[in-house]
Write a protein that binds this ligand. Sequence first.
Ligand code: FAD
Ligand code: EPU
Length: 283
Amino acid sequence: RTGARVERQALARYTTLGVGGPAEVWFVGDHAQLAEAMEAPYRVLGGGSNLVIADQGVSERVIRLVGPLAERDLEPDPRLSAGDGVVTGWVGGGVPLPGLIRTLQKSGLSNLEGTVGIPAQVGGAVWMNAGTRYGEMFDGLHTIEIVTPQGMRQVSPNELQWGYRNSGIPRGHVVSRVRLKLRRSTPSAVLEKMDAADQARKGQPKMKTPGCAFKNPGGVSAGKLIDDAGLKGTRIGDAMIAPEHANFIVNLGGATAADVHALLDVIRGRVGVPMELEYELWP
Ligand code: FAD
Ligand code: EPU
């Protein structure tokens, strides 16, 4: 046995929506513990900022990256860095993205500032290719380490099929660590770019939420489509379509996953354009 800590816990505490029943949570801090956790059916939990987890919980093991897999070495690697280009040491998949983005800004390192304000972990953000119109995770990656039950491999981003909110990494393949590819700039120049991305977030609700419910279909704002259907403020139980931005469902306090699913059905029934769900529903 590798000594991974295993505890049965309610998953609500790990999600930004604040919803989710119990599961066996595996806290894995190194590759041996990760391999052991993957010996039975599993799911990977990042920052829980894109998940609607069932009130009954899930039957699979839930893997959470901690310890060394949630640490970061931002020292430029001298073998890989040259001129303005910086390649960092390893950054764990479990590292919270917001703090990383702040640190890079203070160090005057550019490429990932467009992702400011996304409440993810590095691994989850890479897996989804989280981003905004100001930039996405793809812009700042040099190497991605991916672990599966069959073993580990390190790939360069251009070996994957990237897209909008999609890295091409198959579900269940764990982003354990990455090396960042950055460009030397100045703290004030990076901050200026961040401010623009921050500004675009001003109209988003401040309550418990898993972010945007639907991907923008064909570049049209899903939020605008839901708004045009007159659905802002629609409420089922303690889940509500945010009055500030219609692509956000918020938890007023006691929302259940069932409330959120019911609201998603209302939206699908009322918006004429087919929209792909951005959230992930567990199970
Ligand atoms: P989770 O929600 O925990 O998991 C999501 C998926 O990623 C699951 O399939 C999970 O298995 C997988 N996953 C997690 N960690 C790993 C890993 N280490 N390896 C492999 N797979 C993994 N998203 C945007 O793109 N742009 C935005 O502007 C944006 N704004 C948001 C604002 C708010 C207020 C909120 C709550 C969310 C927002 N989101 C946004 C959505 C969300 O932050 C992103 O989808 C993010 O990528 C989810 O990352 P996570 O670590 O929280 O993953
Ligand atoms: N709009 C409305 N009503 C609404 C919402 C939006 O009319 O209820 C209009 C706005 O006025 C604006 C347009 O639609 O003219 C676009 O809105 P916004 O700028 O908020 O952008 P978005 O396309 O709705 C996208 C991402 C967000 C990201 C923001 C800011 C998707 C699905 N959403 O939203 O990402 O934070 O841009 O960059 O791609 C997420 O993915 O979870 C997410 C929050």
